[in-house]
Design a binder for this molecule. Sequence first.
Ligand code: NDP
Length: 284
Amino acid sequence: MAAKILDGKTMSEELKSNIARRVAAMREKGVIPGLAVILAGDDPASEIYVRNKGKGCEEVGMFSRTIRMGADVSQEELEAEIQRLNEDPAIHGILVQLPLPGHLNEEAALSRILPEKDVDGFHLINAGRLMTGAEGVIPCTPKGVLHMIRATGEPLSGKEAVVIGRSNIVGKPMAMLLLRENCTVTVCHSRTRNLAEHTRRADILVAAVGKARFVTADMVKPGAIVIDVGINRVDGKVCGDVDFDAVRERAGWITPVPGGVGKMTIAMLLANTADAAERTLRHA
Ligand code: NDP
């Protein structure tokens, strides 16, 4: 039987309706949640992501500001801009669109963002909080993936979870979140031996590799929850890291690309920004 589809479009619309209600309540108290996005350089993919983030803000009643900086911006100029946004009370969330131009130090830039305004959850403080189980900002993509996994209604405790990819923005925080759900977590990467032996044990398989149709049906346990984080462009078309047509015949649940995790990432960015704005109201 073909896998059930975890529909990111519907799920993200539900999340956005809920966020819009929260934003409306904040507006009544005189606070309009604001997101600032710094875009340095002219990477075409980044342009699209930033535009979609702005559109998402508009949809839920938040305001967004895009700060464009040239590809030759200096580290000092970038960090000075972040500092201005840290001090701006109208801005509740700050996001530096990655990747930055090669001469800039990403980690140094990200660590300039106030942890409370770090709506991407990439600041070392937030990474540390996730690691230790303290409350903090959770990176948007893994947070969205967890929401989708929970939507299956299956109990997660004790499940075998395999994450392919160990980046700081997807793989590692994803593994931490699944560990928090009491899954037994295996993290695979480019040096993993016999990858398919690991993936075939997975009740939950998350692919965050960046290689088109990398996960094939023979790598998947029958009935597994398969989450495809990948965004790859092949012949002008977007496809994921999972060979969707073949894997859906074997998995129990699967996310499509497009219309899967990507939609959830933006919804979670809006959720993190709403959380940040609500925190300022609580502390007002
Ligand atoms: P990175 O390139 O930072 O990480 C890729 C990971 O895949 C690395 O850990 C790498 O291992 C591992 N890998 C590469 N080749 C293999 C292999 N042959 N076998 C096993 N593991 C391998 O990518 P990101 O984590 O940033 O993103 C992953 C994908 O997700 C990309 O397609 C990206 O576009 C997409 N993405 C989607 C988002 C969304 O909203 N849907 C958000 C963010 C990313 P090693 O560490 O050893 O190099």
